[in-house]
Design a protein around this ligand. Structure first.
Ligand code: SF4
Length: 662
């Protein structure tokens, strides 16, 4: 099964395919340049950007575009309300003021409105949304309830409320608008935070040992920026419209100000006398500006759309765990004793997901945890690392790391251990890497957090790590984004991150499942090489017995949240004792099979449907009344060899057929 360890993977960007020399020589677009290219390729977006750029120039340097003072009329004029001419491009208003210059200066009022309202909206909404989304649970519900109450109030009503409390002015009106708009930003930020915190790369950051505030700052906020920019553009148009409406109603800008709303209001009174033309310049400026912001918002959203799958891992706090009565394996790198994990249900009766799981891995040893999907393999590893997904809780048992009891450590204490003493490799290498951060920076993260290295030293070490995991041209690859890596190369980066602080224990959760067969072999060879060089203990979780056969020294077979058989890998493969282990081995493809593979009838039951007696009984051909009525205990046959079956001894004898007929 093992393929020669090489420096290239036969898999394509994202999952599989080939990464050729040409691919390496011609780096693909960075996400940023791709967004700009898409924006410039969209004619409507381009026109909108030109319009907004002109408005910005009119806001910052109005003198460059305006031809006259917008506040002073020409005393020499005989006739006011002039129509457009070569001298007055858009005519004059009822006070003889140049209409074109007033429209140009009006851009300043529009941008002033945006600046005030958006600073308040973002300043309040983003922190509230981050806090609410990250905390989740009851805190989130209370905050969002308050937010929704505020959200339901009309924006203009809040603007009027502030104006009444303070005094009528555009600034005060925009303070009210900003408070009202903050609810939109809070909702958006919360939604993004909820989605991002369930991404595997956030789990990976947590396992690295980063604190919540650091994860929010470095991992959530950068991914929040694209939707914020879209929201920023879309809401800017709405703010300009609200500001102009309030000025039109006489509660915004001063009546002499060259504000577009004020100009529309004045032209309304002059309308019968001078005709419609005075409405067109400020009205046109408003319509085109709002349209430009909306089109720009749509174009940015289309350009930065992203599609990634999510995996949930919201960590629960550990309840006070009843200690296990069984002794831990002496000298074990990781020892778990009789661990129970429960999840609450809606009817208040908790469901047990793991029942009495015990395992131990010695220094330099590889322990394989194998079983079908739903047997509790990953939950065992997560719970052992203090990462039981909320609202689940470890309710019994104990965990020791290198002889230290870590069963009831606080999250802060775990942060010092994860990433330093324990490295974790995940199943989906691309999903584990933060798409917004260069891979080099992500490898440097645990080094900067857990060692005394400065940035330069951490960068040098990260390059060494990439070379150690056989990523070609590591110095250049450091500055690339995850999307520029193939599935196999991304997994090598994941391994480099997990190894950064030279942990004593490496937990690899289905590390090769998302990769094709050739790359699987390369990654397994790499793990074995690393173990040989560093003496690292490895726990490898997989449903693939082929992987276990290749790398594991010891094996735990799990079924329906319990360990059903444990022992040396050779013994498990050559002389399996438990009917489930035998059934798994018989369903495994091998070169000796000439006819169809055996299939285990049925499937792993859901935790709420676990049978009363032996959980494997409904699928076991040897099941008896005893099996159906009495839970088999985990027997320790000798040190490190365990079995959970009422009839394992009888099943070893030639009279096997007689069992199961009762
Ligand atoms: S206890 Fe009975 S049902 Fe369970 S595995 Fe053993 S023989 Fe089968």
């Amino acid at each position: 099964m093992t393929a020669p360890t090489g420096t290239t993977d036969n898999d394509s960007p994202a999952t599989s395919g080939s990464e050729t020399a040409a691919d390496i020589a011609a780096p693909p677009d960075s996400p940023r340049s791709r967004v700009w290219r898409r924006l410039f390729g969209n004619p409507l977006a381009l026109l909108s950007m030109i319009w907004v750029f002109l408005l910005v120039v009119a806001w910052i340097w109005p003198e460059v575009l305006a031809t006259r003072d917008p506040l002073k009329g020409d005393p020499a004029l005989q006739d006011l309300n002039l129509t457009p001419s070569r001298e007055y491009w858009l005519g004059t208003d009822g006070l003889g003021r140049d209409y074109y210059s007033r429209v140009i200066f009006g851009a300043g009022f529009a941008f002033q409105s945006i600046a005030i309202a958006l600073s308040i909206a973002i300043g309040i909404g983003v922190p509230v949304g981050l806090f609410s989304g990250w905390k989740g649970g009851r805190v989130d519900r209370v905050i969002m309830w308050c937010n929704d109450v505020l959200f339901s109030l009309p924006i203009v009503l809040l603007a009027f409320a502030v104006i009444m409390i303070l005094e009528p002015s555009l600034v005060n009106a925009m303070i009210g608008v900003g408070i009202a708009m903050s609810t939109r930003f809070a909702r958006l930020t919360r939604a993004v935070t909820l989605a991002e915190k369930e991404e595997l790369y956030v789990d990976a950051a947590r396992i690295t040992g980063l604190s919540s505030s650091t994860i929010l700052r470095r991992y959530i906020v950068p991914n929040l920026l694209p939707p914020l920019v879209v929201q920023f553009a879309l809401i800017s148009g709405a703010i300009i419209l609200i500001g102009a409406t309030l000025s039109f109603l006489g509660v915004g800008a001063n009546l002499d100000d060259p504000d577009w709303g004020v100009m529309l209001s004045r032209s309304r009174t002059e309308f019968r006398r001078v005709g419609i033309w005075q409405i067109i310049p400020p009205g046109g400026a408003l319509v085109f500006t709002i349209l430009a912001f909306n089109l720009l918002g749509d174009a940015i959203r289309d350009s930065i759309g992203r599609d990634r799958s999510s995996n949930a891992l919201t960590v629960s706090k550990r309840s006070s765990v009843k200690p296990s009565d069984r002794a831990h394996r002496e000298g074990a790198a990781l020892s778990v004793r009789t661990m129970d994990v429960e999840f609450p249900t809606q009817d208040g009766k908790p469901v047990q997901i793991l029942s009495g799981v015990s395992l131990a891995v010695q220094p330099g040893e590889t322990l394989g945890i194998v079983g079908e999907s739903g047997s509790g393999k990953s939950m065992t590893a997560l719970s052992a690392l203090g990462l039981t997904p909320a609202p689940g809780q470890m309710t019994r048992g104990s965990v020791q790391l290198d002889g230290r009891d870590v069963t009831s450590l606080s999250e802060k204490e775990w942060q010092k251990i994860r990433g330093k003493d324990i490295g974790v490799i995940f199943q989906e290498p691309i999903a584990v890497l933060n798409p917004a951060i260069k891979v080099g920076r992500q490898i440097m993260e645990p080094l900067l957090l857990h060692t005394d290295m400065n940035k330069k030293q951490a960068r040098e070490r990260a390059i060494e790590l990439l070379a150690e995991v056989k990523v070609p041209d590591p110095a250049r690859r450091m500055d690339q984004y995850p999307h520029e890596f193939s599935g196999g190369m991304a997994q090598r980066v994941g391994i480099a991150m997990a190894l950064a602080c030279e942990p004593k224990l490496l937990i690899a959760d289905e590390p090769t499942t998302a990769l094709d067969v050739t790359v699987q072999g390369q990654i397994l060879d790499l793990l074995m090489e690393i173990q040989e060089q560093r003496g690292t203990s490895i726990v490898i979780i997989t449903h693939d017995l082929g992987v276990i056969a290749e790398v594991a020294d010891r094996v735990i077979v799990m079924y329906a949240g319990q360990g059903v058989e444990g022992g040396l890998a050779d013994d498990i493969f050559d002389r399996p004792k438990h009917p489930y282990t035998k059934a798994l081995l018989e369903s495994m493809p091998s070169g000796q099979h000439t006819d169809r593979l055996t299939v285990i009838p049925g499937m792993v039951p859901a935790p709420s449907d676990w049978p009363n007696g032996c959980r494997f009984a409904p699928r076991c051909q040897h099941a008896t009344d005893l099996c159906r009525n009495e839970v088999p205990e985990l027997e320790v046959i000798e040190a490190g060899v365990t079995i959970r079956c009422h009839h394992w001894q009888e099943l070893q004898s030639p009279a096997t057929e007689e069992v199961g007929t009762a």
